[in-house]
Design a protein around this ligand. Structure first.
Ligand SMILES: NC(=O)C1=CN([C@@H]2O[C@H](COP(=O)(O)OP(=O)(O)OC[C@H]3O[C@@H](n4cnc5c(N)ncnc54)[C@H](OP(=O)(O)O)[C@@H]3O)[C@@H](O)[C@H]2O)[C@@H](O)CC1
Ligand SMILES: Cc1cc2nc3c(=O)[nH]c(=O)nc-3n(C[C@H](O)[C@H](O)[C@H](O)COP(=O)(O)O)c2cc1C
Ligand SMILES: Cc1ncc(COP(=O)(O)O)c(C=O)c1O
Ligand SMILES: [K+]
Length: 537
């Protein structure tokens, strides 16, 4: 297996030169509250943002060093393989023959891939009404399956299925849709101009078995999709076209030969893209059909991207160009009022922390730590919260690092939690002390042995000649401590504890009128209490 990293996680950050201000960026998981994109451009950005939060896309090639010597028909563009019409049919036969798949299985997975690709880019809150136009073959079947999944994802699907196939698989799919009260529309019932009644048009008319020129009634349906581009000029918002596997009417290998065919906004290639996909120039190209076994990949020398996590689809090709200045979310959250909050900010923090854990956010204990040395220039970095109680907020690090140097010069710091999916931010400020040596010892030995060795190897924040140096030292120490037994904690590794003297809880709201509640200590009758005030957003 050869792995080629072809699209790395987007790094957003840039810099602020010289000014005594510092920035850090940390990406956590996707939104949980429904955030409604506020500008038309953001419709793309919401689709664009999703891949940022997914792991890097890797391309897996079946044979090392074989890219140049691939079967001539399996062409390559940017490390992705493209299939001819004949190969696509052969793959189909192999899957459903010797490899033991049934057409029902593959169609279910293909349709699910289409639905999840759509959902990654076009949110149901904005693109709700879907018309699936289904053809007589398996491509049409994929469309029927996708319509069912889209229904369950919160869309309102309609189906146009003019040439029904009299096979139990297809009649079953129709019954399933009817049981969900999904309307079936005949060609005559469709409006002349599809743009007013639908937000998404799923083109599932023809797949890789298409040949010749489209026959009725599909010629007329394809023309309706082509006409949309004309309506687009007079309409402000036009529906998007999502083609399943092949843009219908396009030559399976040559693409849109006359240049007058449909121009889909999204193409979901199934199993592997067919040659015509090279001519696709829309903003969203996805691959679905996460069922290709290695034997097929090897036989056809397929270079396909790795699917991220448990996803049924993966973006191929570049994400659309976006205007950073137009990237924004409109936060929609429950109200956050003075009457609801805990008297003690620590209790309030615990409540919100529990919410972040319950919402399954990635690393809810990740926090930005900002420090300043005697030069007054701030610096920030992420650290992990490892404990919180009346005594303060604890994290562990290297006592000879930049942050440690700054804390020795100025024992005041700020912590920042950002819980993306909940539209929440918490600021905690206070004075910092080292934790006791026993506490550090105890925590150090609770860490995985690899991280313990890592802490010995890393002279944090100093210059290293290359990564091999770290890995060589790691290997040597791994050998040294290969037998069970204690790995000694380096003297220069341990914890810090921040004792808060200010908290702020921020809940994002619409029109930037966020809720901000600040806690600061106040003496009343000789007793320290937390005063709560609301700050302007
Ligand atoms: N592993 C895989 O590969 C998987 C494949 N899957 C899916 O299967 C798709 C391929 O399906 P498929 O073979 O059933 O063919 P498809 O393209 O849907 O249409 C055939 C029908 O169209 C008709 N027709 C043809 N030309 C026409 C014309 N000019 N005008 C009018 N009609 C025309 C043709 O009629 P005929 O010409 O035979 O009379 C026949 O009825 C593939 O693209 C993918 O979406 C996934 O489900 C799962 C995994
Ligand atoms: C999510 C996340 C958590 C981190 N947690 C820690 C941590 O708990 N302790 C630590 O020393 N470094 C941690 N790091 C690395 C720091 O951000 C930083 O690179 C390192 O501590 C050196 O910072 P300094 O040179 O400013 O001292 C983490 C990084 C990330 C992205
Ligand atoms: C260098 C370094 N030290 C310490 C930590 C804290 O994490 P843990 O103690 O769970 O390994 C991290 C976490 O990313 C880290 O990167
Ligand atoms: K199609």
């Amino acid at each position: 297996m050869r792995r080629v990293l072809c699209n790395s996680r987007k790094m957003i950050w840039s810099l602020l030169a010289q000014a005594p201000v510092s920035l850090a960026y940390y990406k956590s998981s996707p939104s949980i509250y429904k955030t409604k994109p506020s500008t038309p451009l953001n419709r793309f950005s919401s689709g664009f943002l999703a891949p940022i939060s997914t792991p890097a896309i890797r391309v897996f090639c079946s044979k090392p060093g074989k890219v140049g010597s691939m079967a001539s028909s399996v062409l390559n563009q940017g490390s992705i393989s493209y299939l001819t019409q004949r190969e696509a049919a052969e793959v189909d036969e192999t899957l459903m023959g010797p490899l033991g798949f049934s057409v029902d299985q593959l169609m279910e997975l293909a349709g699910l891939s289409v639905a999840t690709s759509i959902a990654e880019v076009y949110k149901p809150s904005e693109y709700n009404r879907v018309l699936a136009i289904c053809g007589p073959g398996n491509n049409g079947g994929d469309g029927l399956v996708a319509a069912r999944h889209l229904y369950h994802f919160g869309y309102k699907p309609f189906v146009c299925y003019p040439k029904r196939t009299q096979k139990p698989l297809y009649s079953g799919l129709v019954t399933q849709l009817e049981s969900l009260s999904i309307p079936f529309l005949s060609v005559d019932e469709l409006p002349v101009d599809l743009s007013k009644d639908f937000d998404i048009l799923v083109d599932a008319m023809f797949g890789f078995s298409f040949h010749g020129a489209p026959r009725p009634p599909f010629d007329e349906l394809i023309q309706k999709l082509i006409n949309l581009h004309n309506y687009e000029q007079v309409q402000q918002k036009s529906p998007v076209i999502v083609s399943v596997d092949i843009p219908s009417g396009w030559h399976v290998e040559e693409g849109d030969v006359g240049g007058e065919g449909i121009k889909p906004d999204m193409l979901v290639s199934l199993t592997a893209p067919k040659l015509c996909a090279k001519k696709f120039s829309g903003p969203h190209h996805f691959l679905g059909g996460r069922f290709v076994p290695p034997t097929i990949a090897e036989k056809y020398k397929l270079c396909l991207p790795q699917y991220p996590g448990t996803s049924m689809c993966v973006r191929i090709g570049k994400p659309p160009q976006i205007d950073i200045s137009a990237l924004r979310e409109n936060y929609i959250s429950p109200e956050f009022r003075e009457e609801q909050v805990e008297v003690d900010p620590l209790d309030q923090f615990r409540k919100w922390f529990d919410d972040a854990v319950a919402a399954n956010l990635k690393e809810p204990n990740a926090m930005a730590l900002s420090t300043t040395g005697k030069d007054g220039k701030p610096s920030s970095r992420m650290v992990l919260l490892k404990g919180v109680d009346k005594g303060g907020f604890v994290w562990y690090t290297n006592y000879e690092s930049q942050k440690a140097r700054e804390l020795s010069e100025n024992p005041h710091a700020a912590l920042l939690f950002y819980w993306d999916g909940l539209n929440r931010q918490v600021r905690v400020e206070g004075s910092v002390q080292k934790v006791s040596e026993e506490e550090s010892e105890q925590y150090f030995h609770s860490r995985p042995r690899g991280s313990q060795i890592g802490a010995i190897v890393s002279k944090q924040s100093t210059v290293v000649p290359g990564r091999h140096v770290l890995h060589q030292q790691y290997k040597e120490l791994e050998e040294k401590y290969s037998k069970e037994g204690l790995i000694p904690k380096p003297k220069h590794w341990g914890g810090y504890r921040l004792l808060p003297n200010r908290y702020e809880f921020w809940q994002g709201q619409t029109s930037r009128l966020h809720d901000r509640l600040e806690y600061s200590p106040q003496e009343i009758d000789g007793k320290l209490v937390w005063k709560i005030v609301r700050l302007a957003p």
